[in-house]
Structure formats: C-alpha cells, structure tokens
Design a binder for this molecule. Structure first.
Ligand code: ADP
Length: 266
C-alpha cells in the first residue's frame, strides 16, 4: 500500500520548503537551541523567508529565547499557523502548546513522536527558503523520528562545546546522521572561549579547537566557533535577538560564517 493521507500531507507541506536544516547535539545544555535560533535570525536578516520549528520535547525554549512566551498559535481543524516574529521569520514551538516542560518529560516515547510528526505535518508554513529545526538532544528515537520524517534532504548541523568533544558525543551524532544518509552541513563549536567584557576580544580559558580537530578527523566541514558572550545569556533571558542588536562582535561574525555556506547553497 502507498503513503497514508497524513504522509502525503506532510510531503506536500515539506515540498514547499527549499532547505531544511536540523540542529542536533549529542547532549543537552551545549547551546543547541541558541544556535538554532540565531541561525534562523541570521538567515532572516539576510532576506530569506525562514521558519523556525522547535520540537525539543524536553525543553522547548525557543518561545522564551525570542520573547514569544505565552503566545498562542492560531489553529484550524487541519492546520496550525506559526507565530510571526518578523516579516520573514515564523516560529512554531511545542512550548506554545505544552503548559510546563515537566509535562512532556513524563510522556511515553510514542506520544512524543506522534506529537513531533503532527507538528511536521500540520504547521502551515507556506513557501519558505529555510526551515530551521531545533531537535531534541541525543541520538535516540526522537531526533531519529525528526530526521526520518523530514526525509533525506534534511541537512544536519551538530552543535558541541569544547568539553563535550572529548566525550565522544559528536562522534556519535555524526555517525547517527551518516547512518541515516542525511547530508551533514557541519559541526559548530559553541562556548569556545569567552568574549572579554573590557576589550571585546575572545579569551580562551579551556582548551578550544576540539570541534575543528574532530571535524577534520571525521571529514566533516567545520562551520565555526561561537564564544561565550554574557550578552548572549542576557538576550536569551530577556527575549531579544542578539543579532538584531549587535554588529561586528565575535558572536555576530561567527554566525555570519556559519550561515554563509547555507546561503551560498540556497
Ligand atoms: P541546549 O538547547 O543545548 O539545551 P541552550 O541553547 O538552551 O542549550 O543554552 C543553554 C544555556 O547557555 C542558555 O542559558 C543560553 O542562554 C546559554 N548560552 C548558550 N550559548 C551561549 C553563548 N555562546 N554565550 C553565552 N551564553 C550561551
């Protein structure tokens, strides 16, 4: 038997999106959501039509990061309308629908996967240049479900920190994506050094460059390193977009380098 009506609907919606970028990490807390949000903003500031989809069932933090907490997406019987953040960036997050993150954690796997698939199927994005997906962390059933549902053209970005590089997380994420046969856009090293409050230069307290070495070793493109910037933490807490407010900082330049190959390929 052929694809179900639901699968056909998902295919039809996804076929209107030119580039699908799925942001993954081997574990939580490395800044995956922060990177996904800022990639989406950087692409939208470059004039592209962008959707940002947050399916991180364990900690859907995108509404908070973008100052959209408490917003309710408009729902019809067969579709959900994403929330507009700017004239060319639309957002949909499980966080709009789940009253508290604790609630999601107790759901059983199939319920979470059903919800993820429903999201991919029902959000009415229209025509987009890019869909950026903030995926649940790890290499378990949930990210697997996301990549499989979006299909073989979902391009993966793996986020790590200099420390977790040592713990083989990235190796696992890279093999996971390779096993599924999806293209790997590359590795991003987040929290790589910190931006000095006084001089604005990047200082390195811990070792850095591990992400780049690993990328070379595994023959994966290295997309760039993002330093820790206290201002990034503040913008996340207060829900304003760092990239909209700042120019020519180590962080804005890092995101410029990260989205460059995406814009060139688009
Ligand atoms: P994850 O999605 O991997 O769980 P988050 O994106 O939620 O991680 O980031 C975890 C915390 O680290 C958040 O409080 C976020 O604001 C902060 N953070 C992430 N990257 C940076 C950075 N480069 N500079 C400063 N703070 C950061």
């Amino acid at each position: 038997c052929g694809p179900s009506p639901e699968e056909q609907q998902m295919k039809a919606r996804l076929s209107r999106i030119k580039n699908k970028i799925v942001v993954l990490s081997g574990k939580g807390g490395v800044g995956k959501s922060t990177v996904a949000v800022n990639i989406a903003i950087a692409l939208s500031l470059a004039g592209k039509k962008v959707g940002l989809l947050d399916v991180d069932v364990h900690g859907p933090s995108v509404p908070r990061l973008l100052g959209l907490s408490g917003q309710q997406p408009h729902m019809n019987e067969a579709s959900m309308e994403p929330v507009g953040w700017s004239k060319n960036l639309w957002v949909m997050s499980l966080g709009f629908l789940i009253p508290s993150p604790e609630q999601a954690v107790i759901w059983r796997g199939p319920v979470k996967m059903g919800l993820i698939n429903q999201f991919l199927r029902d959000v009415e994005w229209g025509d987009l240049d890019f869909l950026v997906v903030d995926c649940p962390p790890g290499t378990g059933d949930e990210p697997l479900s996301v990549l499989q549902s979006i299909g073989p053209d979902a391009q993966a970005v793996v986020v790590t920190t200099p420390q977790s590089v040592a713990v083989d997380d990235v190796r696992r994420s890279v093999s996971f994506v390779r096993q599924l046969g999806n293209p790997l856009l590359g590795i991003v090293e987040n929290m790589s050094g910190y931006v000095c409050r006084h001089c604005g230069q990047v200082e390195h307290i811990f070792s850095s460059g591990g992400g780049e070495r690993l990328a070379q070793e595994m023959d994966v493109p290295f997309l760039g390193s993002i330093p820790l910037d206290p201002e990034m933490g503040r913008s996340a807490e207060e829900g304003y977009a760092y990239l909209k407010v700042h120019e020519h900082t180590p962080v804005t330049e890092a995101f410029g380098r990260i989205v460059k190959p995406m814009l060139e390929k688009a």
